[in-house]
Design a protein around this ligand. Structure first.
Ligand SMILES: [Fe+2]
Ligand SMILES: [Fe+2]
Length: 265
């Protein structure tokens, strides 16, 4: 894969959809970049994809819903792979409030996002979206302090933000199609890239964070950076993430190695 690609949107359960794209990672393979839609009584869009795929992202979103009917945009955090089409979506969805934390609001303000659209929700709090209460969750790994994952107790879906992402050799539709060792190595590589502070973490506190996720008893893990992980994978993925502080830290290539990788790609 030479350039980011937008795939066709897919259905996850009766109300939940995935807007799936893939980003090439030179020398390492690809990374999924997922946004999600919960098409409930008050529709919720979770993240807004890559700016470089704006046309495809908006096309897939329009296939699923008239954006004017969106009521909430749940922003897991303010990184470019989650906010890429935020301004466009806000324009197309004048009835939607933007869910983030106070720090997220500060970052979005610097991007020019109108603050009156923001609705603050902190981890541990719930958001009433008519037919369900979405629970804001602090994920165990993250690369931005405002990161807020979310649990939908109706679909029992855990929208885990950057957590549970994996660098993969090629795009796949479902995480269960990935060989076990490839999945483990890809997840540990991503976890150490995305959360380089794992080496400094208090292990008991980290284990408690994993335990709190386990207690949610999720039926699926819907990561921003992993294909759909169904119920059979929830426990194996929790175990892999629990071992992440022991993984060797990621060291990126230097310029010479990068040039070799790019030439070979
Ligand atoms: Fe991130
Ligand atoms: Fe991300």
């Amino acid at each position: 894969m030479q350039a980011p690609e937008m795939m066709d949107a897919t259905q996850i359960d009766d109300r939940t959809f995935c807007l799936n794209s893939w980003l090439p990672v030179p020398g390492f393979g690809v990374l999924a970049v997922n946004s999600y839609l919960i098409k409930g009584e008050q529709p919720v869009l979770v993240d807004t994809g890559l700016a470089g795929l704006r046309e495809g992202f908006m096309r897939e979103l329009h296939k699923l819903i008239d954006p004017a009917n969106l009521r909430w945009i749940w922003l897991t955090h303010a990184d470019a792979d989650h906010t890429g089409n935020l301004v466009e979506v806000l324009k197309a969805a004048p009835n939607a409030r933007l869910v983030t934390t106070y720090l997220g609001m500060g970052k979005l303000g610097m991007m020019g996002v109108p603050l009156h659209r923001v609705y603050l929700v902190n981890p541990g709090q719930q958001l009433d979206v008519g037919d369900r209460y979405l629970l804001a969750v602090a994920p165990p790994t993250f690369d931005a302090p405002e990161t807020t994952a979310m649990f939908d107790p109706v679909g029992r879906n855990l929208f885990s933000a950057d957590s549970f992402g994996a660098l993969l050799p090629e795009p796949v539709k479902q995480a269960r199609d990935i060989p076990e060792d490839t999945l483990r190595q890809g997840m540990l590589a991503w976890a150490t890239v995305d959360a380089p502070w794992l080496k400094m973490v208090d292990l008991a506190g980290y284990a408690a964070g994993i335990r709190r996720l386990r207690e949610l008893d999720a039926n699926r893990i819907l990561s921003s950076h992993l294909p759909l992980a169904d119920a059979t994978l929830v426990e194996p993925l929790l175990e892999i993430l629990a071992s992440a502080p022991d993984a060797p830290p990621f060291v990126g290539p230097d310029q010479a190695a990068l040039e070799q990788m790019m030439a070979a790609a």
